[in-house]
Design a binder for this molecule. Structure first.
Ligand code: HAM
Length: 425
């Protein structure tokens, strides 16, 4: 038997209403904030990711799904959505458009990580990217979108952590100070951190290995190397969050696993998620557009992990379901008329179904129950002869007769008034 590969998951029909609910909630919030959907390819040239995410990051060093195309060029399945969105922004000269360039996206991402609960090799993100605004209100806007949408989903135990990563110059000033300190405690660090002392020393600030944490407790702080401009930007970000009542915690050890960030970096964690506790994360990346060959365009964004949200979404959250009609048609004339009626209902926008394998009334009603139908139309040869059909309310079991030709319009109006989002699926 051929099975799905390790770290990828099937999404079965029973789970899809939850997923659709999460995706629709995220999209609705993003649209409310003026973000518009962009769809970028799932694979890109490898250089795009190496140059944006950073050659010495875990993602680029060991997690990318990279393969040779037939002409020998190196391609990679996208490990995240920012790089491709920036490439598209540059390629389509969106910087020339005076309207706000605020994009959102959803889709699969690929990282060769060790699979565990909430960590997959093919996972799904919903993300937003806001281009062109250096004003700290853009940082506050994306963080508030992230916070509001996760809160709207009633996710429990959320914390927003933020840090100021400063400008490139600030970090360049900090790096030798940190490296000098790390060399003094090198023997207490994990192999990964030891290896990265020179190449990517900041990453070790958020290393989760307890010995590394202890050894770097007294490490010099990035905050002490920040320029007045970086401090000012961040102060305005925190003031903006306070002004609109978004709770946050300062975490001076928050450095992201992607190299493109500057100034504001943030992460939302959930206390119910165990080791993989980051639900969403992002930050400002003012240098990236230019680094990839575009103009000097500031930008800020975030992405949330949909699998992690699905894990945390409380069972009590009521997922709106679409009311369905089941057509229980039996007898020779009934079966033919029932099939036509089924088609008519669907064309009129009424979600309707019939199990063609069921022959008896009893079998039909059992299927109608299993499918969660709100109403069942009973249609046998006798009913056809009389030009009527029986409508059975599956909850109350009450039945009433209707002229067949009035059925569709009657069901349309009944179902339209019973839900707020009519016939969305
Ligand atoms: P990231 O922190 O690498 O950032 O990923 C964002 C979110 O994706 C994580 O918080 C997590 O919920 C989810 N995630 C990451 N890896 C996995 C995995 N292996 N399995 C399941 N979920 C995962 C980025 O990707 C940036 N592009 C975010 C961003 C957008 N920054 C600016 N704009």
């Amino acid at each position: 038997m051929i099975k799905a590969i390790k770290g990828v998951k099937d999404l079965l029909p029973e789970e899809s209403p939850r997923w659709r609910f999460i995706e629709e909630t995220a999209r609705r919030w993003a649209l409310r904030y003026g973000f518009q959907e962009i769809r970028v390819p799932i694979f890109e040239t490898t250089t795009l990711f190496a140059r944006s995410i950073g050659a010495t990051t875990d993602i680029v060093e060991k997690e990318m799904y990279t393969f040779a195309d037939r002409d020998g060029s190196s391609l990679t399945l996208r490990p995240e959505g920012t790089a491709g969105t920036v490439r598209a922004f540059i390629e389509h000269n969106r910087a020339a458009d005076p309207r706000p360039q605020k994009y959102c996206y959803a889709g699969p991402m690929f990282r060769h990580e060790r699979p565990q609960a909430g960590r997959l090799r093919q996972f799904h993100q919903f993300g937003v990217e806001s281009f062109g605004v250096a004003d700290p209100r853009a940082d506050v806007e994306v963080m508030s979108l992230l916070w509001r949408l996760l809160s709207d989903l009633s996710l429990p135990g959320l914390t927003l952590e933020i840090n100021n990563l400063g400008y490139t110059d600030d970090r360049a000033r900090y790096k030798p100070v940190l490296v000098a300190f790390l060399k003094g405690v090198e023997q207490h660090l994990c192999a990964n951190c030891q290896r990265r002392i020179e190449a990517n020393p900041l990453r070790m600030l958020d290393c989760k290995v307890p010995d590394c944490r202890t050894a770097t407790e007294d490490a010099p702080r990035l905050a002490d190397s920040l320029s007045p401009a970086a401090r000012d930007h961040f102060e305005r970000v925190t003031a903006g969050l306070q002004a609109i009542g978004i709770p946050f915690h300062m975490n001076p050890r928050l450095v992201r696993g992607l190299d493109y960030y500057c100034l504001t970096a943030f992460e939302v964690t959930c206390s119910h998620l165990g080791a993989q506790n980051a639900v969403g994360a992002g930050g400002r990346y003012d240098g990236l557009v230019e680094q990839l060959g575009g103009a000097a365009v500031p930008a800020v964004g975030f992405a949330v992990g949909l699998e992690r949200i699905a894990l945390m979404l409380p069972e009590a959250v009521v997922i709106p379901s679409t009311p369905r009609v089941y057509v229980a048609a039996f007898g020779t004339k009934g079966a033919d008329a029932g099939f036509s009626l089924l088609d008519e209902l669907r064309r009129a926008g009424v979600p309707a179904d019939m199990d063609f394998r069921s022959a008896s009334l009893k079998a039909h009603l059992r299927q109608a129950d299993r499918l969660g139908a709100l109403y069942t139309i009973l249609l046998g040869d006798d009913e056809i002869d009389k030009g009527i059909a029986t409508l059975r309310n599956m909850q109350t079991k009450a039945q009433e007769d209707f002229p067949i030709r009035e059925l569709v319009s009657s069901l349309q109006s009944r179902l339209l008034t019973s839900v707020s989002t009519p016939f969305s699926s």
